[in-house]
Structure formats: structure tokens, C-alpha cells
Design a protein around this ligand. Structure first.
Ligand code: HT7
Ligand code: ZN
Length: 895
């Protein structure tokens, strides 16, 4: 594969001011006429050679200013020599949407047409300089058979519709905003919509639509509400409004990712649009709100201001992740519509709950990526296939980098930086440096050291030591930055500017006032402070400290780093019970459990029976019984660290030992706290209609966690009865699915009966059937029935297809990425299955295949016996792989 390097960036030789596209849509042979007004770029190296990208296209004609012109097809596109300074180029091409299984470019799903152009899909639609720094004004005319394709949509505003001969019709759309080709979209087919007209903050009327297949119309309300909430939130928080007269969301069931922010015409995976209580879980409702927000927020952070090149991807993705996280946290805290109502609710805990969920995900996935062969900086230096760089580092670590600006500059300073960014760069394609400069200039700050967060890969460690001097009443914290070794990382390891929030907790559990040596005493004491670490080693000397405190470090996870501090178990239990920072309360519980689980896993790997100290159980029991804590928060604390997270904490991981250790602790917690679990289960049963509010969802989550613990008991007959009853009476998918999960965990005839019942009940709901596949693929194996046998059986099920990414993910990814003990069975049966599926998907959909390939990239983490089998599977794939997507992943894994 050729390697594309950031340093090779050169401005485009030609600029395209307008693009006039006409489509004659036929599933097996679509004709596209593309008329472009082009001029030489005065800021680029002079050339008369126009080079356009193109893939899987048949060129039917090419003309310049109305005259046929010579052109040469190349391996990557089309070349036209001796072009004038300014000219109009018209290209007519043909493509085959029905044969397009990659779901990139123009394709057919359930008989309807859709496009996906980010990152490099437009080149499958027409020859074009398919790069984000070429921004043009688009006019699009769609022509198609009216009966088969009654709805014709594209970006911007609808300007004309009409009938044509032969039963065809047309629609013309104009998008007044200049945009890169990756934001182009069209949709054509049999779709229905729900719509609402709202008045925006400036008093203008805006038409909002959600388009779905007719039978899904009853599942659109939540997406439409989420869109309205997103618009209101962006107006209020950032002063940003909707700039088009209409905004459309379209749902499609065949889609590679979550959703796509095409200008005015967002295209979504059905999974992030469709919801009604009977079919969607609380998590689905929350995800829909977050993804609708994310795509809507891109309209300013991504579309109005876009990326100069794909190395700057985090400029739009990191910033938009941060925006969607803030939106979801505000919505959870009741700050969605009116700021005032929020004060009545438990806002601190709601914000903390969202923060914990986001950080848990970051640490489980991004920290692992940073420690493996695909490690890369937030602004990568090179890539082979850009689709492989839509990663948790670009998105989630990028979101943390943006959050750190806010932590360093304060909310108002951050907003000033955003305002300046929009004033300077609206309508432009820019870089991460431009964003940093806006933040720095708006706050008169030198943020040059902060650049290292963009250029250095790896997860920094901050080792902390504390020393109390009772005589001097001082407490000294020494903080040392470093990077762990990872041979895949070639970037520098210079000290970062780390915002590090600290509190000191006194023996009664309250925070002590913070004052550094040399600082004047203030009338209003400060109990939590952001310190800026800039050197390899920083010493903070606190004065007037009356007693030895327990340090509360990196409060609210103020930077994406690993904190190393040698807490005792007693100190962790103390912080879990008392820390005023809810994030660090949760963190203390996780540290306590992680330490116990790792020790137990090491014992299990030696063949010993894992055992646990009563202190862990007691600390968890206190939280379980603490009714002053919100149920959602208790559920997070009482959920043990995941097996994937635990694997990352070990030098040599044995997934089976980790699984057994985690199961042993679950069983011990179930047995020791049985009465409490039962009480919590009963206390959090909700009566009445289903509401997907964070409060209700929190009760359901805690109740269903209690059920999951209760089915671990040796005598689980009571739990089985509860599960059966819950399954039968549930008025929502969260409860029904949790009950089904409990029954499947118990196994036997009852599990089979419930699974059959569930399948029959939801046969016509593909998203629910995805859950049905996923649950079975993720179930623990039994000695006589390894899960791989069940997975292979389901692979042959009539409802299974590899061509639909959601379905493929529900079965294959749920097994390979979410059932680690079974996937890593010592006989290598999981790896053989993995290799088969990567190879099969590679020929069909390289993006999905490459994602699956990544589930084996951490193979060097495991025991030698497992490593050997994983390497063999990787080599098997490497020998036959065709796409550059999978090749990049497998080659880097084996390097
Ligand atoms: N900006 C989008 C990223 C994307 C994508 C979406 C759907 C299919 C393929 C895709 N490739 C890249 C989604 C987002 O971050 O909002
Ligand atoms: Zn995005």
C-alpha cells in the first residue's frame, strides 16, 4: 500500500467554484453528468495538468467549454492535459449502485438509493478532486422512475420538481454553502417522513424532517425531539443557529458507521434513529440523542469550517465529540430546554454519570489503541487507508483534547476561543493549529506546548507521590510525567501541558482548603484546583494543612492520562465513601476492584481459586445501600471493570483466568449482599408508562444490575422467577432484554423458550433481531457447549447476512470483541472463525472487514500459546487479503 504523509500536503492545483450534477438513477446503471467551473489555484505550483480521482467509474464523455477533450484514465482516476486558466469541464460517467457492496459512494439498500461520501466516496460517483480543501457550490438534479423512487432528496433547498416522460420525475436541489465533496449526498426511493416546523432564535421558520420506511414512522419521534433539542442547545451554548431553511435526517439500514453529517441531509444508520419503548433500550434512546446531536453540531464544526486535509480529521471529530458530550450531559441534567429547571435536579450527579461513561469507554478502547500497533497521534503523521483512521484516538482522545482547552481557559475563555475560530475561518478548510491559535489568541495565552497533545502518540503516565510534614503542616505532591514503551510509536515523548485537578480530603471526609507555598491566603477558600503540569516533574507544596490528607487526583478526569498513586485499600474505600468529586468516588471503587481482580486473575492463571478480601465487599455494600446516591451512579460504581479493561492492565493476559476471577467476584458480591440486591431490585421497579429519562433509566439500570447479580447465586430459583416475571410483564425493551439476558445466563430449556419467544415477537424488527444475535454471541460458554458452536449455528440462520453491517456486527463482533474468554479459547477455534469472516468481508465491504481485523491487533498481550495461534490467523489473512484497508491493519499488527 502507498503511504500518505502529512508533510506531503500541497494545495490543490485547481479550484472548483460550482458543481452541477445531474443523475439518471437506475440501480444497475446510473448515469451522472457533472458540469464543473474550474480555475487554476494561484496559491499552488503551476501546472496545466488536471488530475481527478475516480474509482469504479465508466467514462462516457469529457468536454471542455462544450468541446470534446482528450483525457487519460489512470489507476487512480482521470488526467486531462493542457487545460486553460478557467474553464467548464463536463464529464458523463456511469456506475453500478446495485453492485456496490462497500456502502461507500452511491449504493442501493432495500431498493432505495443512498450515498456515503466521507472520506473518499465521491470519487465513486464522479471524477473529482475528492479532497476536503476543494469547496464548491453544488446544484443537483435527480431523475428517476416516480413509482419506484417517489422521494428525491439532496443537500440544501428544493428549488424545482416536475414530471418527465416514461413515468419519470425530477427534483432540483441547490445548496448555497460551499462544501467539500465528502459532504455531498443524495437519497431516492420509497420513504415517508415526520416533520415539524420550528422558529429559531432569530425568528426564522425551519422545516425539520425525519425520513424512514413507512412501517417505521412510529419510531421517529425521539429522533425529531433530539434534533430540536440539539438546535436549541447550540443556539444557547455557542450562539450557533441552523443556516438552511430545512434540515433532513434519513435512516438507512445498510450503513458502515453511525451517521453522516452531509450538509442539510444527514444520513443515519437506522440504529441511531428508530426508537419506541417496545423495541429500543434506554441505551438506544441515549445514543440516538447523542448521535443526532453530534451530526447536527457538525453543521458548524465540520461543515461551515472543514478540514484542510484528512490528517486534521480530529479538528472536526474531536471538537464535535466534545460538543455532543456536553449536550448529552446538559440534557441528562435537565438543562436541555430551560436553564432554570436544572437547578431543581441533581445536576452534579447527572453530569458525572455521563463523564464516567465517556471515560470508561475512552480507557477501555482508546488507551488500548494507544498501547498497540495502530497507535497514532490525534493528528496522525501518515496513513495508508483513511477509513482506518476514524478511530477512538481521533474521536475520543480528540474530544478530551478539546475538553482540556475548556478546563485550562474556563467556560467563558473557551467560548471566546470558539467565537474567534468562527469569525476567522467560516467557509474555510483549516488545520488543528488554526483551532489552537484561535483558543490562544482569544485568551492571550501561549498554547505552543499544548501542540504536543496533537503530535505525540501514547497515553501519558503521571506518577504521584505525597509526603506530609506534621510539624511544618505542609503536604507535598510530586508529579512525574512519562510515556510507556510502545515500539509502534515513533513520535516524541516531550512533557505535555497537563491540566491536573486536585483536591485534598481530610480525615472526616471533607475537602481541605488548598493553598500553595508562597500564595497569599484568600478570604474564600478553594477546595478543588486545576494545576498546570508543564515539566517532566512538578512539585506542589501545600501549606496550612492541619492533618495528613488523602489526595483526590485528576478530578473529573481532567486529562487523558493514567495516574499512578499507591493508595492503600483503606484509602480507596475512604475516597469511595467520601470524595466530593463523584468521578473520583467511582474511580476509587474501580481501583479497588481492579486491584483485587488482577490479583485473583494471577491466582486463577496458576490454578488457584480466586478469593477476595471482605473489604471490597463491604465497600460495595455501603454504596449499594446508600439511598442518597442516584441509582444511575450506584449502577456505575457497582459494575465491575470489564474484562477488556483488565486485559490491558496486565503484561501477559490470560482471558480465561480474568473471566474466572471476575465471575468469582460477581458471585461473592451476589452471595454476600443477596438481601441488599433483592431490596434494590424491588425498590427500583417502576410502575406506569415508560419514559426514557435519565432518572428512570438509572432506576432500570440499577434494578437490572441487581437481577444480573442475583442470577449468579448458587440457588438462583428466586432470581429465575423474577426474570421470568419481568420478561412477561415488561412494557419496554430495556426490561425485557435484561430479563432475557438473565434467563440466557441461567441456560437450559427456559433460556431456549424465551429466545424463541423473543425471536417470534420481533421477527419484523431488524434492530431487535440484531440484539437477539448479539446476546447469544456474547453469552458465556459452558463446558459442553462452547459459544463458538452457537455462533456458527446462528451464522446459518435464515435471518443472518454478512452484507448488512449491523447484522454482521451483532453476531461476529459481539463474539470476537465482547466475549473475550470464548473468543480466546485455547483451541484457537475463535481465531479460525475470525480469519474466515475477515476474508469473507474483505471481498464485500473492506471498511467493516478492517474493523473486524482490528479485534486481533493486541495479540502480543496474551499468553505465548494464544499468541502463536493468533499470529497464524493473522498470517493466514495476510496471505489472501485484497483491500488496502485490511492489509494496513494486518501488516501493522504483524510488524
Ligand atoms: N463524519 C462521519 C464519519 C464517517 C462515516 C460515516 C458513515 C459511513 C462511513 C463513514 N466514514 C466516515 C461520521 C461522524 O463522525 O459524524
Ligand atoms: Zn463526527
Amino acid at each position: 500500500n502507498p503511504v500518505i504523509s502529512r508533510h506531503d500536503y500541497a494545495p490543490p492545483a485547481f479550484l472548483i467554484d460550482t458543481v452541477d450534477l445531474e443523475f439518471d438513477l437506475l440501480a444497475d446503471h446510473t448515469i451522472t453528468r457533472n458540469r464543473m467551473t474550474i480555475r487554476r489555484n494561484p496559491d499552488a505550483v503551476f501546472t496545466r495538468r488536471l488530475e481527478l480521482m475516480g474509482e469504479e467509474l465508466e467514462l462516457l464523455s469529457a468536454s471542455i467549454d462544450g468541446h470534446a477533450c482528450a483525457s487519460q484514465l489512470t489507476a487512480t482516476g482521470l488526467v486531462i492535459d493542457d487545460v486553460p486558466e478557467t474553464f467548464e469541464l463536463t464529464l458523463v460517467t456511469a456506475c453500478k449502485p446495485a453492485e456496490n457492496t462497500s456502502l461507500s459512494g452511491l449504493y442501493v439498500s432495500n431498493g432505495n438509493f443512498f450515498t456515503q461520501c466521507e472520506a473518499e466516496g465521491f470519487r465513486k460517483i464522479s471524477f473529482f478532486p475528492d479532497r476536503p480543501d476543494v469547496m464548491s457550490v453544488y446544484t443537483v438534479t435527480l431523475r428517476a422512475n416516480r413509482e419506484a423512487y417517489p422521494v428525491l432528496l439532496s443537500n440544501g433547498n428544493l428549488v424545482e420538481t416536475g414530471m418527465l416522460e416514461d413515468g419519470r420525475h425530477f427534483a432540483r436541489w441547490e445548496d448555497p454553502f460551499r462544501k467539500p465533496s465528502y459532504l455531498f449526498a443524495l437519497v431516492a426511493g420509497k420513504l415517508s417522513c415526520v416533520e415539524e416546523t420550528i422558529t429559531d432564535a432569530s425568528g426564522q421558520r425551519k422545516l425539520l424532517q425525519v425520513w424512514v420506511e413507512a412501517h417505521d414512522l412510529d419510531k421517529t419521534r425521539h429522533a425529531l425531539d433530539s434534533l430540536i433539542h440539539s438546535i436549541r442547545w447550540d443556539e444557547r451554548r455557542f450562539g450557533l443557529g441552523l443556516d438552511l431553511d430545512r434540515f433532513m435526517i434519513v435512516a438507512v439500514s445498510d450503513f458502515n458507521m453511525g451517521a453522516m453529517e452531509n450538509k442539510g441531509l444527514n444520513i443515519f444508520n437506522t440504529k441511531y434513529v428508530l426508537a419506541r419503548p417496545e423495541t429500543a433500550t434506554d441505551a438506544d434512546y441515549a445514543n440516538i440523542e447523542a448521535v443526532v446531536g453530534h451530526e447536527y453540531f457538525h453543521n458548524w464544526t465540520g461543515n461551515r469550517i472543514t478540514c484542510r486535509d484528512w490528517f486534521q480529521l480530529s479538528l472536526k471529530e474531536g471538537l464535535t465529540v466534545f460538543r455532543d458530550q456536553e449536550f448529552s450531559a446538559d440534557m441528562a441534567a435537565g438543562e436541555g430546554n430551560s436553564g432554570g429547571a436544572a437547578r431543581l435536579r441533581d445536576t452534579g450527579s447527572a453530569h458525572a454519570t455521563k463523564r464516567i461513561e465517556d471515560v470508561r469507554m475512552l480507557r477501555q478502547t482508546q488507551f488500548a489503541e494507544d498501547a498497540g500497533p495502530m497507535a497514532h497521534p490525534v493528528r496522525p503523521e501518515s496513513y495508508q487507508e483513511i477509513n482506518n483512521f476514524y478511530t477512538v484516538t481521533i474521536y475520543e482522545k480528540g474530544g478530551e483534547v478539546v475538553r482540556m482547552y475548556q478546563t485550562l481557559l474556563g467556560r467563558e475563555g473557551f467560548r471566546a476561543g470558539m467565537d474567534l475560530y468562527f469569525r476567522r475561518h467560516d467557509g474555510q478548510a483549516v488545520t488543528c493549529d488554526d483551532f489552537r491559535a484561535a483558543m490562544a489568541d482569544a485568551n492571550q495565552r501561549d498554547l505552543s506546548q499544548f501542540e504536543r497533545w496533537y503530535s505525540q502518540a501514547g497515553t501519558p503516565r503521571v506518577a504521584v507521590r505525597g509526603a506530609y510534614d506534621p510539624a511544618a503542616r505542609t503536604y507535598e505532591l510530586t508529579l512525574t510525567q512519562s510515556y510507556p514503551d510502545n515500539p509502534a510509536i515513533k513520535t516524541a515523548k516531550d512533557p505535555l501541558l497537563i491540566p491536573f485537578t486536585i483536591g485534598l480530603v481530610g480525615p472526616t471526609g471533607t475537602d481541605l482548603p488548598l493553598r500553595l507555598d508562597g500564595e497569599a491566603a484568600t478570604s474564600t477558600p478553594v477546595f478543588s484546583r486545576v494545576f498546570e503540569l508543564t515539566e517532566t516533574r512538578t512539585t506542589l507544596r501545600f501549606v496550612d494543612v492541619p492533618v495528613e490528607p488523602v489526595p483526590s487526583l485528576l478530578r473529573d478526569f481532567s486529562a487523558p492520562v493514567v495516574v499512578e498513586y499507591d493508595y492503600t485499600d483503606a484509602q480507596l474505600a475512604f475516597l469511595l465513601a467520601h470524595d466530593s468529586d463523584p468521578f473520583n468516588r467511582w474511580e476509587a471503587g474501580q481501583r479497588l476492584a481492579t486491584r483485587a481482580l488482577l490479583a485473583a486473575a494471577r491466582a486463577a492463571a496458576r490454578g488457584a481459586t480466586p478469593t477476595f478480601d471482605a473489604a471490597v465487599v463491604d465497600a460495595y455494600g455501603l454504596v449499594l445501600r446508600d439511598h442518597t446516591l442516584a441509582p444511575a451512579f450506584r449502577e456505575l460504581v457497582l459494575t465491575l471493570p470489564s474484562e477488556a479493561y483488565l486485559i490491558e492492565q496486565l503484561d501477559v493476559a490470560d482471558p480465561d483466568a480474568i473471566h474466572r476471577a471476575r465471575q468469582a467476584l460477581r458471585r461473592q458480591l451476589a452471595g454476600a449482599l443477596r438481601a441488599d440486591w433483592l431490596a434494590v431490585y424491588q425498590a427500583n421497579r417502576l410502575l406506569g408508562d415508560y419514559r426514557p429519562t435519565p432518572q428512570d433509566a438509572g432506576c432500570r439500570a440499577l434494578k437490572n444490575l441487581a437481577l444480573a447479580y442475583l442470577v449468579e447465586l448458587d440457588d438462583a430459583s428466586e432470581a429465575a422467577a423474577l426474570a421470568r416475571d419481568q420478561y412477561d410483564v415488561a412494557n419496554n425493551m430495556t426490561d425485557r432484554f435484561a430479563a432475557l439476558g438473565a434467563l440466557v445466563h441461567l441456560g437450559g430449556d427456559e433460556a431456549r423458550t424465551a429466545l424463541d419467544h423473543f425471536y417470534r415477537m420481533f421477527e419484523k424488527e431488524p434492530l431487535v433481531i440484531d440484539k437477539w444475535f448479539a446476546l447469544q454471541a456474547a453469552q458465556p460458554g459452558r463446558p459442553d457447549v462452547p459459544t463458538i458452536g452457537i455462533v456458527r449455528g446462528l451464522f446459518a440462520h435464515q435471518a443472518f447476512t454478512l452484507r448488512n453491517p449491523n447484522r454482521a456486527r451483532s453476531l461476529i463482533f459481539s463474539f470476537c470483541a465482547a466475549n473475550l474468554a470464548e473468543f480466546h479459547r485455547p483451541d484457537g477455534s475463535g481465531y479460525a472463525f475470525w480469519a474466515e469472516q475477515v476474508i469473507a468481508l474483505d471481498a464485500m465491504n473492506p471498511q467493516v472487514a478492517a474493523r473486524l481485523a482490528r479485534t486481533l491487533e493486541r495479540w502480543r498481550k496474551f499468553t505465548p500459546a494464544l499468541q502463536q495461534k493468533m499470529r497464524a490467523a493473522l498470517e493466514q489473512v495476510n496471505a489472501v487479503v485484497r483491500s488496502k484497508d485490511v492489509r494496513e491493519i494486518v501488516e501493522k499488527a504483524l510488524a
